[in-house]
Design a protein. Structure first.
Lengths: 305, 382
């Protein structure tokens, strides 16, 4: 593997073939400025499990996994320890600049870790929180989270005679995070690498809390061939299902737009989790999903000055 | 050499803990309020506000995050303390096991309090008993003096053995009662505790370490066995540090305190603030010719089974007073004592009483009745 790419996160981890997060981790950490060291905290989840099967580790940089819901709180402690040890000239290995990065899935971020994240954002710690959003509890075998889209089938929102899958609209985490008035919040997509890297670089260059929400398709539980994660991620943005935008000091900016967005069905039909929607009786569910997507896009456009 | 330049102060147990912490001057302190612990963190926050200490105080949004941040700070290499009570300790429960499993020397002062439901803010040992299998060292205190002394001993012990420790006082009975105590000079305390020498700190970026990996069937078991051994070994370290502390303070805290047990026929086992009341009762009964004594637990985790059995085997009657139930089985101290005696081959009758739940007062009269066999049933002052 390319040495530069594997500088922080080595090959040999056990993530699924066709999983998006190894590329996300490498892209984000690759944007840390030269001469700045990195320390990572990781919420329980696929990334944590597949990267540190004792006695092996894929991490070539300091890394801590505490529990599921507390990556942000854990990093609060690490960051404050850094501040005082630096002040007291007691940093191991002498004075240096360190950037702190947390990684969590949507379960660990939208749901169980939301309080811990909110607390850390409000306190203003100097860290970047990276959400890799695969829209459900994939590590435990595909259960719904509050990031799971309306209409998706999961093991806890199965389709059946009287069910079309998830009946609730996913939470808007970007707005929740932005409500903490932090300097930089951005939504990115693994299929738009240049945009992701630019946002990571920007987020990492800011002193204070920053947040990246990155679309991260799951081959296993969204049910698509392992070769397709980039194509599917691309469709998510091209259909306006996953807009690329950023909120800098409260100002919204859309980073990718087209005059003619693709139909949401182009995205839905690529994945087994939406397969049940393509029956006559669920036609209105797809219509509802298209409406949710269009309304959300219009709302976002309205937020841009 | 006993240090003669001590100060005499009148402080609550909570303020005594804060005073010891001021002298220790931890590097990171995640804090979250809960009664009856709050005076500790408030007092410390004022020390910080007045420029008396240099500590990163993290005002977190829950006890779960307090313990999570403590893990982060400690793993990073900083000397780390926090404090809690009751529901807060219960909320931390998940992360307590992670702190001990990662072998992090976090000091936590606990004002022990009852657990809900029904809600009750008063003294009780149910909260700390609920954490007794979490892999933390647990050190109980009888009064403000002991809280002060054991906070200092506890910090040194934790960092010596790389395990987290709870220094425990009774909520309100000790945490909010003003008592006289002697404190040491700050420089003496600082020298005694020394600096933390962290092993493989996370901030050593030239020696990157992965903390908290997945360990499966082929390795998890070994991690747990190693942790148990380290915890059992901490008993000897405690004794050494307690002896060293005696040299600077003149006060000695053995694994447990024996009070008039030399020729006692009846020995009462208990801990915490009630031990002070019980000592008065013992003095009174001994004056009347009764042969009674007390064994007061200091170190509860690791539990000193052999040493306790060696004392209790000489008694004709053993009585255990617990300030907690273990619903569905027998109370915690009682089962430990039964276990100590059985392991030592001493089959003895041991009486079990539960007292003081939810802050219910315990009086000399009731303890005297316990000694004299005049109590019906298992509960005192109910």
């Amino acid at each position: 593997m390319n040495e530069q790419l594997a500088k922080n996160f080595a090959p040999g981890h056990s993530a699924c073939a066709g999983c998006a997060f190894p590329a996300i981790v490498r892209a984000v950490l690759g944007e840390v400025a030269d001469g700045t060291e990195i320390v990572v905290a990781n919420a329980t989840g696929c990334l944590e499990v597949t990267s540190t099967l004792y006695p092996y580790t894929a991490w070539k940089i300091p890394w801590i996994h505490n529990a599921f819901e507390n990556a942000a709180a854990t990093l609060s402690g690490v960051e404050k320890a850094y501040e005082i040890l630096k002040r007291k000239k007691k940093l191991p290995g002498g004075d240096k600049k360190i950037k702190f990065v947390a990684f969590g899935g949507d379960g660990g971020t939208y749901d169980i870790g939301l309080q811990s994240l909110s607390g850390a954002l409000e306190r203003g710690h100097n860290f970047l929180y990276v959400l890799y959003d695969n829209e459900g509890y994939m590590n435990t075998g595909n259960q719904r989270s509050s990031a799971t889209p309306f209409g998706a089938a999961t093991e806890t929102t199965p389709t059946g005679k009287v069910s079309f899958g998830k009946t609730e609209v996913r939470k808007n985490l970007m707005d929740i995070v932005a409500a903490h008035h932090i300097p930089y919040v951005a939504q990115a997509n693994v299929a738009f690498m240049a945009d992701l890297k630019r946002k990571a670089k920007k987020a990492l260059s800011i002193d204070g809390p920053t947040f990246l929400s990155v679309f991260s398709p799951c081959t296993n539980n969204w049910k698509f061939p392992t070769s397709q994660y980039v194509n599917i991620a691309k469709l998510a943005t091209e259909t306006n299902f996953w807009p690329l935008y950023e909120i800098e000091n409260g100002k919204y900016k859309i980073n990718w737009a087209t005059e003619k967005p693709k139909s949401l069905t182009d995205f839905l039909k690529t994945q087994g989790r939406f397969k049940h929607l393509f029956s006559e009786k669920n036609k209105d569910v797809i219509e509802e999903m298209q409406k949710i997507t269009d309304d959300e896009w219009k709302r976002l456009v309205g937020l841009v000055e | 050499m006993i240090n003669k330049t001590y100060k005499k102060l009148a402080l609550t147990g909570g303020a005594a803990a804060a005073e010891a912490l001021r002298q220790i001057e931890p590097e990171v302190m995640p804090i979250y309020p809960i009664t009856p612990q709050t005076p500790i963190i408030e007092t410390y926050a004022k020390f910080q506000a007045d420029g008396m200490v240099d500590t990163e105080i993290i005002k977190v949004e829950s006890e779960h995050s307090a313990m999570s941040a403590a893990v982060g700070a400690s793993v990073a290499g900083a000397r780390t303390v926090t404090a809690t009570s009751s529901q807060g300790l219960a909320l931390m429960n998940e992360v307590l096991y992670i702190a001990s499993g990662l072998r992090l020397p976090i000091l936590m002062v606990v004002s022990a309090r009852a657990l809900s439901a029904p809600i009750n803010i008063h003294g009780d040992h149910l909260d700390v008993m609920g954490a007794r299998d979490a892999g933390w060292l647990q050190l109980f205190s009888e009064n403000a003096q002991e809280v002060y002394d054991k906070t200092i001993i506890g910090m040194k012990l934790a960092e010596k053995v790389n395990l987290p420790i709870m220094v425990i006082m009774d909520g309100f009975n000790t945490s909010h009662s003003v008592e006289n105590l002697e404190t040491l000079e700050t420089e003496v305390v600082k020298k005694f505790v020394g600096e933390r020498e962290a092993i493989n700190p996370l901030l050593d970026t030239s020696n990157p370490v992965s903390y908290g990996p997945v360990a499966l069937q082929n390795s998890y078991f070994e991690f747990r066995i190693d942790q148990e051994k380290a915890t059992l070994d901490a008993k000897e370290e405690y004794e050494k540090i307690a002896k060293d502390y005696e040299k600077i303070s003149g006060r000695h805290y053995a694994l447990f305190e024996e009070y008039r047990t030399e020729d006692a026929e009846k020995i009462l086992v208990l801990t915490g603030s009630a031990a002070g009341t019980a000592k008065v009762v013992v003095d009174h009964l001994c004056d009347k010719g009764e042969k009674v004594g007390i064994l007061k637990i200091n170190l509860f985790r690791p539990f000193p089974h052999e040493e306790i059995a060696a004392v209790l085997k000489n008694a004709q009657e053993i009585i255990v007073m617990d300030r907690a139930q273990s619903i569905g089985t027998k109370p915690p101290f009682y089962t430990e004592i039964i276990s100590s005696l059985y392991q030592a081959g001493e089959a003895k009758d041991v009486k079990s009483y539960v007292y003081g739940l939810g802050g219910r007062d315990i009086f000399q009269k009731q303890i005297e009745d316990v000694f004299m066999g005049k109590v019906d049933g298992q509960y005192l002052n109910k």
